[in-house]
Design a binder for this molecule. Structure first.
Ligand code: CP
Ligand code: NVA
Length: 301
């Protein structure tokens, strides 16, 4: 595995291999076993959007692996003043051993990989959030002890999270149901591929999608970069919320996940969020372990 640009590029075995290594690295961390698999290596981290989890987990993760990480804010590096991504790629390739990037266009992530000569990791674009979904799958497997055959239901915007969850969950053998307004469907090509698996459904009707779900998932109504659409989106997504009524149609032992940050009383009620806080914060923790596995896979040796 050379890069992590999107989950569609990975085979099922590659995804499961990352999850196994993530479990192993989590075990080593919990038991105080040093694991300097990336000693002497440096990760450049380009951010053109805000971040709490992604920034901190990658930085801490590199440190725990014996390497180091550089926080490169768009406000500080020349990229933010118009230096082309293809030049940035070639320069950083001379200093760093890998680049993690969070930005708007998926094309920028693909271009970094095209023009650079070091591994590139997608830390979120408008199209995908593969690192989050690897942590989500690790968390689901911890709680449910399996992935294959589980019913996964996403409620809300057909955004980067929905796109990556559809691909990741279907690739590991889960059934996926999406509840979203017709005007806010996930990426058309991903949806087309998803239907071809015969384990995918999409509907505007939340109870239909959530019925007998093992895992319920939601995300904000307005993503980073969509702040100006917030008012219109609040109307479009009214009712697209994980609440007691949705929990009542899911399996009694259904788990609830959220990539965070969460907007309480919008996509999820405070009550449901707090009832499932253990799962949600284990999920946040697993960003660290899953990403360390990705880092070792692409930057190791
Ligand atoms: N879930 C997630 O990616 O969080 P941050 O935006 O804080 O990195
Ligand atoms: N869909 C959200 C995810 C944040 C982790 C966003 O892009 O802002």
């Amino acid at each position: 595995m050379k890069h992590l640009l999107k989950l569609g590029d990975l085979s099922t075995d590659e995804i499961l291999g990352i999850l196994s290594l993530a479990d192993q690295l989590k075990y080593e961390k919990k038991h105080g076993i040093a694991h300097p698999r990336l000693a002497g290596k440096t990760l450049g981290m380009i951010f053109t959007k805000s971040s709490t989890r992604t920034r901190v987990s990658f930085e801490v993760g590199m440190y725990q692996l014996g390497g180091s990480a550089l926080f490169l804010s768009n406000r500080d590096i020349q990229l933010g003043r118009g230096e082309p991504i293809k030049d940035t790629a070639r320069v950083l390739s001379r200093y760093c051993d890998g680049i993690m990037i969070r930005t708007f266009a998926q094309a920028d992530v693909e271009d970094l990989a095209k023009y650079g000569s070091i591994p590139i990791i997608n830390g979120l674009t408008d199209y995908a959030h593969p690192c989050q979904v690897l942590a989500d799958l690790q968390t689901i497997r911890e709680y449910k002890h399996t992935l294959k055959g589980l019913k996964f239901c996403f409620v809300g915007d057909g955004n980067n999270m929905a796109n990556s969850l559809i691909v990741g969950c279907l690739k590991v053998g889960m059934d996926v149901a999406i509840a979203c307004p017709d005007a806010y469907r996930p990426d058309a090509e991903i949806v087309k591929w998803a239907y071809s698996t015969s384990r995918f459904t999409m509907t505007p009707d939340i109870p239909t999608a959530a019925k007998d779900a093992d895992v319920l998932y939601t995300d904000v109504w307005a993503s980073m970069g969509q702040e100006e659409e917030a008012a219109i989106r609040r109307q479009a997504f009214a009712g697209y919320q994980i609440n007691d009524a949705v929990m009542a149609v899911a399996k009694p032992d259904a788990m609830v996940l959220h990539c965070l940050p969460a907007h309480r009383e919008e996509e999820i009620t405070e009550k449901v969020f707090e009832a499932h806080a253990n799962e949600i914060f284990d999920e946040a923790e697993n960003r660290l372990h899953a990403q360390k596995a990705v880092l070792v896979k692409v930057m190791g040796r």
